[in-house]
Design a protein around this ligand. Structure first.
Ligand code: CA
Length: 452
């Protein structure tokens, strides 16, 4: 979703050809030549079908309010996106406006891919920076040394993370008290409830309803952080996964399948994945992001949001992800391109269209407060999404480093731990040196890029 995936070079080469064809096929639009007197822009983005439709109609609205600008929209499937963007950059055909992962800010600024849009954002009459989530905008600020301050190299398309969702109907049927939206479960309480809700509901001898169904890549972080551990130290120089609190969190995560048996086994998940099980009403707890709301509006059960269970710190934690909308340094129409980026990120009218489509949390703090207060739109406790931003959400570890390979490495060989074939303690011992080597390389690479 937010992380780049690696592709083999042959695929990359193919993608260069494909993107080259797409972009050169739309009237030399990347060079921003005016055709028919209109300023031409190319906007490349990604998303699920409902997001694509919403963005396409929002771009149309932008064109209506900017009659001198014509936007060519290039929508890309999410799993293809990073490859296509890399290819576009390598081929010097960067779209004027494009989505990108905030983990790339340093690298894209240092290699001259992104335009500094500070003056356009600050000078815009449509955008009030003070009304945007600072945690969102700060992901795209970089002063050449530190992230989070300085010039603006993009605006958030959105900002948010997974809250913990639960199947309210299932709780009510089982006569189990509903979770408290203001007080997180302890790990023990969470397992206890998950066990109560793991059942063979039709008496055929096979369990068909489970407590949980978490994907390690998107749901391990809350448990690591709420147990007081992290993947990396504060200076972002050392991989810290051998911390006993980290090991404890990873083992507890794996134990949900192997020891507590509250989550489908790998073979069961292959028959029906946990996302499908949640949608069918067969899982008690599942992560829910604001981008899921449109799809979940028609679930055959009622659901709501709660804070993530809290480990030894007694406090919930989770990640805040984002996608950026950046402007290419090579654009011939910096002003129009920046206006499109700000329109998509922050313009009231643009925001309203995207929020009405139920695919994201509003970037405007004011709009978000009203949005959360409207409990008639499911989930009722949308306030949890705001609490994540205001209180307990954090950036992904790889957003602080020059490259993210060290972090991706952690998840590559983790399956045996989840299957109970390897202990968490053994795994982190094997992985730490590999990750540290990649982190050291990333630090070196950053130093090299600064020298240029
Ligand atoms: Ca059954």
């Amino acid at each position: 979703m937010f992380k780049a995936s690696k592709k083999i070079s042959a695929l990359l080469f193919l993608a260069i050809l494909v993107v080259g064809t797409i972009l050169s096929g739309c009237g030399n639009s990347t060079s921003g030549s005016a055709s028919g007197g209109k300023t031409q822009l190319t906007f490349m983005f990604r998303g699920q079908p409902k997001e694509l439709a919403a963005y396409q109609s929002t771009v149309k609205k932008f064109e209506q309010s900017h009659p001198n600008v014509q936007v060519t929209v290039v929508s890309v499937a999410p799993d293809q996106y990073d490859t296509k963007l890399k290819a576009a950059i390598a081929g010097h055909k960067i779209p004027d406006v494009f989505f990108y992962n905030p983990a790339q800010v340093k690298a894209y600024v240092n290699s001259g891919v992104l335009l500094d849009i500070t003056k356009y954002v600050e000078g815009s009459k449509d955008v009030k920076l003070s009304d945007m989530w600072a945690k969102g905008v700060n992901k795209y600020r970089y002063d050449g040394k530190n992230l989070g301050k300085g010039e603006i190299y993009g605006l958030p398309k959105d900002i948010s993370g997974f809250a913990l969702g639960y199947n309210k109907t299932m709780f009510e049927k089982a006569g189990i008290p509903l979770p408290d939206k203001d007080k997180p479960y302890t790990w023990d309480e969470f397992i206890k409830v998950a066990k109560q809700l793991t059942k063979d509901t039709n008496g055929d001898g096979k369990v068909d309803q489970y407590g949980t169904g978490f994907n390690v890549q998107w749901a391990l972080q809350p448990f690591v952080w709420d147990n007081g551990a992290d993947f990396i130290n504060k200076a972002h120089t050392k991989v810290t996964i051998t911390n006993p609190k980290f090991v404890e969190a990873l083992q507890w995560f794996a134990d949900q399948q192997n020891k507590y048996k509250v989550t489908p086994s790998i073979s069961e998940a292959q028959t029906l994945d946990t996302y499908q099980r949640w949608m069918k009403g067969q899982l008690a707890f599942f992560p829910v992001g604001p981008w899921d709301m449109a799809t979940y509006a028609s679930l055959p059960f009622d659901y709501d949001l709660i804070p993530w269970p809290a480990g030894s710190t007694g406090k919930s934690a989770t990640w805040i992800g984002s996608l950026g909308i950046g402007v290419a340094s090579t654009t011939k129409n910096a002003k129009a391109a920046s206006e499109l980026a700000t329109y998509l990120s922050a313009d009231q009218e643009g925001q309203k269209a995207l929020v009405d489509a139920q695919i994201q949390l509003p970037n405007s703090v004011t709009v978000a407060k009203d949005w959360a207060a409207n409990t008639s739109v499911k989930p009722a406790n949308k306030q949890e999404f705001l609490d994540i931003i205001n209180d307990y959400g954090r950036s992904f570890p790889a957003e602080f480093t020059y490259t993210g390979e060290w972090y991706d490495e952690f998840f590559k060989n983790i399956q045996p731990v989840l299957d109970g074939k390897k202990t968490a303690a053994q795994y982190v011992k094997e992985e730490q040196p590999k990750m540290q080597k990649l982190l050291d390389a990333s630090i070196q690479q950053e130093k090299q890029s600064e020298k240029k």
